[in-house]
Design a protein around this ligand. Structure first.
Ligand code: ZN
Ligand code: ZN
Ligand code: ZN
Length: 145
């Protein structure tokens, strides 16, 4: 005889308290410390310097990188191509694996798209290979304080 199903199978928990994982991060606008805050908060008060940092609106995907000049953790809106450090004013390239950049063909000036990380782009029009790997020098200039 098969055992009949219980009339009340254990229901999946309808409400999961945001204990683990429901936290997000941002960098304090005052002391640049990395702050953890519960998802849904509008602003975060820093425990270190008491500065209130506004949380970016939901849907704004934030990414992080470490400043190449002073190694401060910087936050930026995903999709941005460069981030200027508020501490040392170094402009950091925001290299996203899936981000697309543009370059003009070195031969016919056609606007080409390529994925970050690519060293060169081959033009679909004239087949000229444009090197993009070393083109970061223009954004590496530092501003002297
Ligand atoms: Zn702070
Ligand atoms: Zn910096
Ligand atoms: Zn071309």
């Amino acid at each position: 005889m098969p055992v009949p199903l219980a009339p009340y199978p254990t229901p999946p928990a309808p409400y999961t308290p945001p204990a683990n994982g429901a936290q997000s991060q941002l960098v304090c606008s005052g002391c640049r410390n990395l702050l953890l805050y519960p998802v849904g908060a509008n602003s975060v008060c820093c425990a270190v310097c008491n500065a209130v940092t506004a949380v970016p609106p939901p849907g704004t995907e934030m990414a992080q990188l470490v400043c190449g000049g002073c190694h401060t953790l910087l936050m930026y809106i995903r999709g941005a191509t460069s981030v200027q450090c508020s501490c040392c004013h170094t402009v950091n390239l925001a290299l996203e694996a899936n981000q697309v950049a543009h370059v003009n063909c070195g031969n016919c000036r056609m606007l080409l798209m390529y994925q970050y990380g690519a060293r060169s782009v081959k033009c679909a029009v004239c087949n000229f290979v444009t090197s993009v790997g070393a083109s970061a020098s223009a954004t590496e200039q530092k501003f002297n304080n």
